[in-house]
Design a protein around this ligand. Structure first.
Ligand code: PLP
Length: 416
């Protein structure tokens, strides 16, 4: 009999080297508890609009249960091309410049595996969406983090990109609006970043999954910037904008060389995205604009509630400008982000994601998703408020009782 510990030797070291997602680990814990209000998961609390579900039901009645072309239904690719043209004035040939993927998740994997060689470096703004670094590492490349912070509004700059570039740098990935911070980057700053990307001949991977969920200013689609269309792999999907997380449907758009190479990997691994989801996505693009606008209006309303709640709690929070996340600074409680999330869950049954799940730069912060009903948000913030008050008051008592900082009795102790 082989000793089970020996099986580890058979596993690819690149796989052994990556960590399971911090979000998932935390939510396995939440799943075992009752009465928890979750501000943790990054998915809409809305059910997919009925007309989209109905289109799928009809397609099943008609017997649409087969594989589609590897590229995806031409009808869907045409609808995507139209949508990108109308929304951002950027045009793609649906026949060879668009690939339908199993969510943006698959698009990320395909894009990275297509362009990266062992030893290449990818610039990743941090805090970052959880899958960018592992997917880079699985492709044999090295993630290089662009450290953003509350001081720079969690936004990268052209200067930061320029400084991080080495002869091995192959690509920059950007998620705008950002998960987990809710920050957005405006057109002017994107133009500056794009100039550096062009000057160093890098590939730009643009994760636009939250593009339509922009509440302040207008979203700029990276390939619509001068000279960026050919060097950008645009990734987008239906999970967030159309409340379709479970359908697993997205797309990549880019030059024919990138797309045909990505299609080869997709062909041998996924074959095609599910036909039911593709049919539903066609309906979403054709008739989903009203529903999308209603959901955006709801998120925007909740966003104001979130801003006010953190103000009342005394937790600094940069303005959430896009996606559906707020990223408050919890350092005044004296807790690490992991302890904050664990204790908040244990004491008040509210789930948030510790900021360190998004990299080192997330330490001292937690991610709160406002894709929850107003009632749930109101109750969750009431509970969080009592929790924060208890921690901060405890800090005051401690700093007073140890008598180290008499002048700071009313201040917030950082040491609990
Ligand atoms: N990119 C970002 C920034 C995300 O936040 C997510 C999901 O949370 C994804 C990609 C994956 O999306 P999909 O459901 O399309 O695979």
């Amino acid at each position: 009999m082989t000793n089970p510990t020996e099986w580890k030797d058979r596993i690819n070291p690149a796989v052994l080297g990556i960590q399971p997602s911090g979000i998932r680990r935390f939510f396995d814990l939440v799943a075992e508890m009752k009465g928890v209000i979750s501000l943790g998961v990054g998915e809409p609390d809305f059910v997919t609009p009925w007309h989209i579900r109905e289109a799928c039901v009809f397609s099943l009645e008609k017997g649409y249960t087969m594989y589609t072309s590897n590229h995806g239904l031409l009808e869907l690719r045409e609808a995507i091309a139209r949508n990108l043209d109308v929304s951002y004035g950027v045009s793609y040939n649906p026949r060879n410049e668009i690939l339908i993927t199993v969510g943006v998740s698959e698009g990320l994997d395909l894009a990275f595996r297509t362009i990266l060689c062992p030893g290449d470096e990818v610039l990743i703004p941090e805090p970052s969406y959880v899958s960018y670094a592992p997917v880079t590492a699985l492709a044999g490349a090295k993630p290089v983090f662009l450290k953003t912070s509350v001081e720079n509004g969690f936004r990268i700059s052209a200067e930061m990109v320029e400084k991080a570039i080495t002869p091995r740098t192959k690509a920059l990935i950007l998620c705008n609006p950002n998960n987990p911070t809710g920050a957005t980057i405006d057109r002017e700053r994107l133009m500056e970043i794009a100039e550096v990307v062009r000057a160093h001949d890098l590939v730009f991977i643009s994760d636009e999954i939250y593009g339509r969920l922009t509440y302040v200013g207008e979203h700029t689609c990276v390939p619509s910037l001068p000279g960026m269309r050919e060097r950008t792999i645009l990734l987008n999907g239906f999970s967030k904008s159309y409340a379709m997380t479970g359908w697993r449907i997205g797309y990549a758009a880019g030059n024919p060389d990138f797309i045909s190479a990505m299609t080869k990997i997709h062909q041998y691994t996924m074959l095609c995205a599910p036909i039911t989801a593709q049919v539903a996505a066609v309906e979403a693009l054709r008739n989903g604009e009203n529903g999308l606008n209603k959901m955006v209006a709801q998120y925007n309303r909740r966003r104001h509630l979130v801003k006010q709640a953190f103000q009342e709690m005394g937790l600094p929070c940069s303005e959430p400008r896009g996606a559906f996340y707020a990223f408050p600074d919890i350092r005044s409680t004296g807790l690490s982000s992991e302890d904050f999330a664990q204790l908040l869950l244990k004491e008040e049954k509210v789930a948030v994601v510790p900021g360190n799940a998004f990299g080192e730069q997330g330490e001292g912060f937690v991610r709160c998703s406002y894709s929850a009903s107003v009632n749930d948000l109101t109750e969750a913030f009431k509970r969080m408020n009592s929790f924060v008050r208890r921690r901060v008051n405890k800090g005051k008592i401690l700093s007073f009782s140890i008598g180290k900082n008499e002048s700071n009795k009313e201040g917030i102790c950082q040491t609990i």
